[in-house]
Design a protein around this ligand. Structure first.
Ligand code: NI
Length: 628
C-alpha cells in the first residue's frame, strides 16, 4: 500500500471480514452487501506524505438475516479494530444476487405461478426467464419488514434467445426474496406471447455488410499515459480511478499540472444514483422504476472489457477488486478501460492576410467502464482534453424493457417495436456527484444566465445582452433547472484564488441532455427519486452524503437523500461544496431501438472559465507526419 486512495486489496477485504466475524455477533447466514474503502478523510488525504503509515478503514454493509435490517460496520486496518457497528432497521441493501436467485427458484416451484404460465400454453418452465425487480414502495402490507422482489417472466425457446422478445404478459409475482417465499401471484389477463425471436446475433441477420474496410488505430510508440496502481497521468492531467460496487467508476483527486504545480479541480466524481421510472399506468408496468445504483450497483454489474471490441487502440486496463456476498474478494478483470483517442481539431486559424495556417489536433484521455443492469447496458466515459475540459458521457444501449400487446390494443404509453411487442416510455435520470475543489476546498456556486437588456437609452440598438451571475447562497436557492434559451450554466468558483487577470478561478458545468422527473412529486417514485426534480443541487460537503436518493433506496418510502439533507437550507458560501447534477434521457422507444439499441448519448462538460489566463493548449505542437 503506497497511497490512501488505492483500492482495497483482496487481503484487506479478507481481514475486514475475519474481524467482523470474529466477534460472534453474526451467524453463518450473514451476507455482505458491499465492502468498500471508507474515506480517507480529506484531512488525512491532504496531510499524507509518501512513506507515512496509512490507516485504512473498510466499510461493510452486512445483512445479518432475512429481515429488513443491515449492520454498517467500519473496521480499521492494519489494527483490525471495529471502530463502528451500527444496526439500521427498516432498510434494504441493493438486491442481493442470492435473493434474486432464491426468488427465481421459489417462483418456478410455485403452483399459482405455474398455472398462470400454463394458461399461456407454456408447459416447459425451464424455458421461462424470470427477472426479479426491486419493487419500490407502495405501502402494502406484504412489503413490510421483508426484502421482496417483483418478478416478470419471459419465454426463451432456446437458452441464448432474446427473452425480451417474448414477454409473458400479465403475470406479476411478489416474492419474499430473503426467505424464498412466494407472497402473491397476480394474473392480469392473457396476451399472446409474441412469436418473433428478436435475435441480434449475426447468424440471424445475414447477409452481413462486406464493404467495411479495416480501420486500425496505430500508436507505434504506445499511449502517452502512465498508470501506477490507480494513479493515471496523461499530459497535464493526474487522477485516481476506482470501482465502487454501487457507484461504479469513481474518479479521485483530479488535477491539472500548470506551471509546475498540480492544481486540484475535483476531489471526487461519481454517478451517485440513477433511476428509470416507467410511464405506463397499468398494473403490470406502473410500479417499474429501477434505481440502478442503490438497488443494483453499477460496479457489481461491471463488464470485463475486450480489446478491439469495447475499446480500440493501445489500451490499459484496470481490474476491479470487489467482495462477493460471502465476503470473499474476487476480481473483475479489465473492468476499467484507459486509452487515448484522436478528437478532430483542437484549434485552427488560417490568416487570410499573412497566409499562414496553424492547426492542432485534439486528443482525449478516456477512462471508461460498462455495466449490464438486466436488459440494459450503460457505458460510463470520462474524457480529459488538452485544453483543460472534462467531459462525462453515458452511452445507453442493450435491450428495451418490453410488454406483449394485443394487436387491437392501442396504447399511448408504449411504442410497437415488433408484431405484438411494445416498449413502454421511460426515463433514465442520472445524478452525478461532483465534489469540486477548484484550486482548493472553498468553492462557491454561481448560476449564469444570459439576458437581453430592455430597449432604452443604454441600449439604443436594442441588441444588448449580458451574462447575469447569481451566487447560490443556500441549499434551497441552489435547486435549479436548465434554461437553454438563456444558455444557462453553473460555475464553481474559488473566491480566494485569482487568475493572472485578477478574477477568481472557476470551472463551469455545461449541461447537455437534461430532462427532470415526469412522475408526480407525490407518486411513489416521485418521493423516492426527489433528486431528479432538479438539474442542480448544491450541498456543503458532508462525507455521509453519498447518494442522491440516500444509501438505501430499495423499498424506501421516499424523502431520503438530497431532499432530506437540503431541508435545513444550509449556507453554501465560504465553504467546501458538492454539486449534484441530474441529467439523462426521456426514452420514447423507436422501432430502430429493437432488437438491440444503437447507443444513445447523454452527459455534461466541465470547462475551465478563467482557471487559466489564456488558451492552455498553445504549447501543443503541430502534428508531424500526418499533415502535409
Ligand atoms: Ni431507455
Amino acid at each position: 500500500m503506497t497511497h490512501p486512495l488505492e483500492p482495497l486489496t483482496p487481503d484487506e477485504i479478507r481481514r475486514a471480514v475475519t474481524t467482523v466475524r470474529a466477534i460472534g455477533r453474526l451467524d453463518e447466514a450473514a451476507r455482505f452487501a458491499t465492502i468498500t474503502l471508507d474515506g480517507p478523510s480529506k484531512e488525512a488525504l491532504s496531510s499524507y506524505r509518501p512513506g507515512d503509515p496509512i490507516e485504512r478503514r473498510v466499510r461493510l454493509v452486512i445483512v445479518p438475516g432475512p429481515e429488513s435490517t443491515v449492520v454498517e460496520a467500519i473496521v480499521a486496518l492494519p489494527a483490525e479494530d471495529i471502530v463502528s457497528w451500527e444496526v439500521r432497521s427498516g432498510v434494504r441493501p441493493a438486491l442481493l444476487f442470492e435473493d434474486s436467485l432464491r426468488s427465481i427458484v421459489a417462483l418456478k416451484e410455485d403452483p399459482a405461478w405455474q398455472q398462470a404460465i400454463r394458461r399461456r400454453g407454456i408447459t416447459d418452465f425451464d424455458k421461462v426467464q424470470i427477472d426479479p425487480w426491486p419493487t419500490g414502495n407502495f405501502g402494502r402490507d406484504i412489503e413490510q419488514d421483508r426484502r421482496i422482489t417483483r418478478c416478470l417472466s419471459y419465454y426463451r425457446e432456446s437458452p441464448t434467445d432474446n427473452g425480451y422478445a417474448r414477454p409473458i404478459e400479465g403475470v406479476v409475482a411478489t416474492v419474499d426474496a430473503a426467505r424464498g417465499e412466494v407472497l402473491e401471484v397476480l394474473d392480469h389477463g392473457v396476451v399472446p406471447v409474441p412469436t418473433a425471436t428478436g435475435s441480434y446475433y449475426p447468424e440471424d441477420n445475414q447477409p452481413l455488410r462486406t464493404d467495411l474496410l479495416p480501420l486500425d488505430i496505430i500508436q507505434p510508440e504506445g499511449a502517452s499515459l502512465t498508470i501506477d496502481i490507480n494513479l493515471v497521468r496523461w499530459q497535464r492531467w493526474a487522477l485516481r480511478v476506482s470501482m465502487d460496487p454501487l457507484d461504479g467508476l469513481v474518479l479521485h483527486s483530479v488535477g491539472y499540472e500548470d506551471g509546475g504545480r498540480l492544481r486540484p479541480i475535483l476531489h471526487r466524481a461519481s454517478i451517485s444514483e440513477m433511476v428509470v421510472p416507467y410511464g405506463d399506468p397499468g398494473p403490470v408496468h406502473g410500479w417499474k422504476n429501477a434505481f440502478d445504483v442503490g438497488e443494483w450497483g453499477l460496479g457489481r454489474m461491471a463488464n470485463s472489457l475486450t480489446l478491439g471490441c469495447d475499446c480500440l487502440g493501445v489500451i490499459s486496463y484496470l481490474d476491479a477488486t470487489l467482495a462477493n456476498e460471502q465476503g470473499r474478494p474476487y476480481s473483475v478483470e479489465n473492468a476499467i478501460c484507459i486509452h487515448e483517442e484522436d478528437y478532430g481539431i483542437l484549434w485552427k486559424h488560417q490568416d487570410l492576410h499573412g497566409g499562414r495556417t496553424e492547426v492542432r489536433r485534439s486528443r482525449r484521455l478516456v477512462v471508461s467502464s460498462i455495466a449490464t443492469v438486466g436488459n440494459y447496458e450503460y457505458g460510463f466515459y470520462w474524457y480529459f482534453y488538452l485544453d483543460g475540459t472534462i467531459q462525462f458521457e453515458v452511452k445507453l444501449t442493450g435491450i428495451l424493457s418490453t410488454q406483449a400487446l394485443n394487436p387491437d390494443d392501442l396504447t399511448p404509453y408504449a411504442t410497437v417495436v415488433a408484431p405484438g411487442l411494445g416498449a413502454p416510455v421511460h426515463q433514465h435520470l442520472f445524478c452525478a456527484r461532483l465534489d469540486f475543489e477548484v484550486d482548493g476546498a472553498v468553492n462557491e456556486a454561481y448560476e449564469i444566465s444570459t439576458e437581453a437588456l430592455p430597449v432604452g437609452e443604454a441600449n439604443p440598438w436594442a441588441n444588448a445582452f449580458i451574462p447575469v451571475a447569481t451566487r447560490l447562497d443556500s441549499e434551497l436557492a441552489a435547486r435549479r433547472n436548465v434554461d437553454p434559451a438563456a444558455s444557462r450554466f453553473w460555475k464553481f468558483v474559488n473566491p480566494e484564488a485569482l487568475n493572472g487577470l485578477g478574477e477568481p478561478v472557476a470551472y463551469k458545468l455545461v449541461p447537455g441532455s437534461t430532462p427532470t422527473l415526469l412522475a408526480h412529486p407525490e407518486s411513489s417514485v416521485g418521493q423516492r427519486a426527489g433528486f431528479a426534480r432538479y438539474n442542480l443541487w448544491v450541498t456543503p460537503f458532508d462525507p455521509g452524503e453519498r447518494r442522491a436518493a440516500g444509501d438505501y433506496p430499495n423499498q424506501h418510502p421516499g424523502g431520503d437523500g438530497l431532499p432530506a439533507w437540503t431541508a435545513a437550507d444550509r449556507p453554501l458560501t465560504g465553504t467546501d461544496i458538492v454539486a449534484w447534477h441530474t441529467f439523462g434521457v426521456t426514452h420514447i422507444p423507436r422501432p430502430e431501438d429493437w432488437p438491440v439499441m444503437p447507443v444513445e448519448y447523454c452527459g455534461f462538460h466541465l470547462v475551465p472559465v478563467g482557471f487559466f489566463d489564456a488558451n492552455p493548449a498553445l504549447d501543443v505542437p503541430p502534428s508531424s507526419g500526418h499533415c502535409h
